[in-house]
Design a protein around this ligand. Structure first.
Ligand code: ADP
Length: 508
């Protein structure tokens, strides 16, 4: 039924959707800002439309211009990806009103789940356990004091319209309450144009475990199992896995049934995610529902064999889900690392520049969902996530080794990236043992970002240095220390080779 899709997004997710379209024989239309005129997603699509200057408020967030482009280019559907317009109720509605197919849940569901307080109310009404707290926005500091006393410190102030960890403040005691409330409100107002803030009990040491669901238009709602997303910095995910080491088959079933119940209660259609906190006692609490494709969807795809983006398109075309719940069992282990253009050793400062060298990992079980190539310009207009590196292996242990190997193969030059940080993470004993929870990374961070080449890299570098020195000696090339002579061509080559190996092995 769908023959041409406009993708209202950029970067890796635009490419991911274009690939799914092509495999289904659907044509694709990309949109791009002036900053992205030469971006890979523009070339990958069958057609592409310029929608404005670099700032997203003047391009990727211009819903009306995007809908006009879809009509002009004869697209019959719009896929929003994640971020940008993906969870804007008005946009989903405008797409539908324009006679186009919206690849996502109905606008009413986005509205119902868009407010955390409304989603909590719906969850409570349908017997879905939520984190203890209020379902209504706080009137003032006095009201905040009262509920905080009721639940006991620490508490978490949260923006009702929240997303991306914005408008959230942990409050450890009453003296911090008023100023934190003001700060959360201000941040919420700035980010979402809505300063409603409510209170949740702050849970110490839980995991973030979320359930992927798929729902068709015929009343079938399925759980595709969990993702473990506890490795977070500032409430933002950095590494995700499927399945979770903390989830048994029995717990998976219970969490899956709960997520399906929440989705049914909301009248959900298409792909969505129920986020939960899982505490140390194995109790889980509903956090929110994300009414779109998630960044971390590939780990679920790799362990279930179900292509989520293709199913988004098929569901939107009216197809029935052919799977039965009992048949959806995770196979093996998948891990995803978000490769960002951030200087991790320098407070994760966004790094800008041109990609001038790129070597991508490959080999068994490796998937690269990227949005960059040599020549790409990395600026400050958009999210710093450049790509996702995803691996699959039969067990968690092997998946960690495989990710480590793939990260060693990855070289990105021109901007600082999180690559080395992820290498150290894969070597970390806590991570390897699975002893992770949402506050773990913040505690561990100083150790992980300390400038320390990964153990393997150091070994490889020493071997490489010895090999090159040996070769040079055999060729009679004077060493840097034995002669002050200007190095000849062969010394240059040796130096280049050494640098290249050092780079490949993570010593940049
Ligand atoms: P956002 O929509 O802004 O991402 P979420 O409600 O999804 O906000 O929460 C983001 C992250 O913050 C969670 O993954 C978790 O790490 C942490 N968090 C949220 N609520 C709580 C809570 N009540 N107690 C402890 N941590 C929480």
């Amino acid at each position: 039924m769908i023959s041409k899709v406009l993708i209202a997004n950029r970067g890796e997710i635009a490419l991911r959707i274009i690939r799914a379209c092509r495999e289904l024989g659907i044509r694709s239309v990309a949109v791009y800002s002036d900053a992205d005129a030469r971006a890979p997603h523009v070339r990958a699509a069958d057609e592409a439309v310029n929608i404005g200057p670099p700032p997203s408020s003047q391009s990727y967030l211009l819903g009306d211009a995007i809908i006009a482009a879809a009509k002009e280019y004869g697209a019959d559907a719009i896929h929003p990806g994640y971020g940008f317009l993906s969870e804007r109720e008005w946009f989903a509605r405008a797409v539908r009103d324009a006679g186009l197919i919206w690849i996502g849940p109905p606008a009413e569901v986005i509205a119902a789940m868009g407010s955390k307080t409304a989603a909590r109310t719906l969850a409570v009404e349908h017997g879905v356990p939520v984190v203890p707290g209020t379902t209504e926005a706080l009137r003032d500091a006095d009201a905040a004091r009262e509920v905080a006393r009721q639940y006991g410190y620490p508490v978490l102030l949260k923006a009702a319209a929240g997303g991306g960890g914005k408008g959230m403040r942990v409050v450890r005691n009453e003296s911090e309450l008023e100023s934190s409330l003001d700060a959360a409100r201000r941040e919420a107002k700035n980010a979402f144009g809505d300063d409603a803030v409510y209170v949740e009990k702050y849970i110490e040491g839980p995991r973030h475990v979320e359930i992927q669901i798929l729902a068709d238009m015929h009343g079938n709602v399925l759980s595709l199992g969990e993702r473990e997303c506890s490795v977070q910095r500032r409430h933002q995910k950095m590494v995700e896995e499927a399945p979770s080491i903390a989830v048994s088959a029995e717990l998976r079933k219970r969490m899956g049934e709960t997520a399906v119940r929440a989705a049914r209660a909301a009248g959900y259609v298409n792909a969505g995610t129920c986020e939960f906190l899982l505490d140390r006692d194995g109790e889980f609490y509903f956090l929110e529902m994300n009414t779109r494709l998630q960044v971390e969807h590939p780990v679920t795809e790799l362990v279930t064999g179900i292509d989520l983006v293709q199913w988004q398109l098929r569901i939107a075309s009216g197809e029935k889900l052919p799977f039965v719940q009992e048949g959806i069992v995770p196979r093996g282990w998948a891990i995803e690392c978000r490769i960002t253009s951030e200087d991790t050793a320098n407070g994760f400062l966004p790094s800008t520049g041109h990609i001038d060298y790129l070597h991508l990992p490959s080999g068994p079980g490796v998937r690269w969902d990227g949005g960059i190539e040599v020549g790409s310009e990395v600026g400050l207009h958009y999210d710093p996530m450049l790509a996702k590196l995803i691996v699959w292996a039969p067990t968690r242990e092997l998946a960690i080794e495989r990710m480590h190997r793939a990260l060693l193969e990855l070289t990105i030059e021109g901007v600082e990236t999180s690559r080395d940080f992820h290498l150290r993470l894969m070597e970390d004993e806590d991570f390897r043992s699975g002893a992770i929870e949402i506050q773990w990374l913040e505690r561990k961070l100083p150790e992980l970002i300390a400038v320390r080449p990964p153990a393997d890299a150091l070994r490889a570098a020493v071997i490489a240095a010895a090999l090159f020195a040996d070769r040079d000696r055999k060729r009679g090339v004077p060493s840097a220390t034995s002669s002050q002579k200007k190095p000849d061509a062969s010394t240059d080559r040796a130096d280049g080779g050494w640098k290249h190996i050092a780079r490949l092995e993570g010593l940049r």
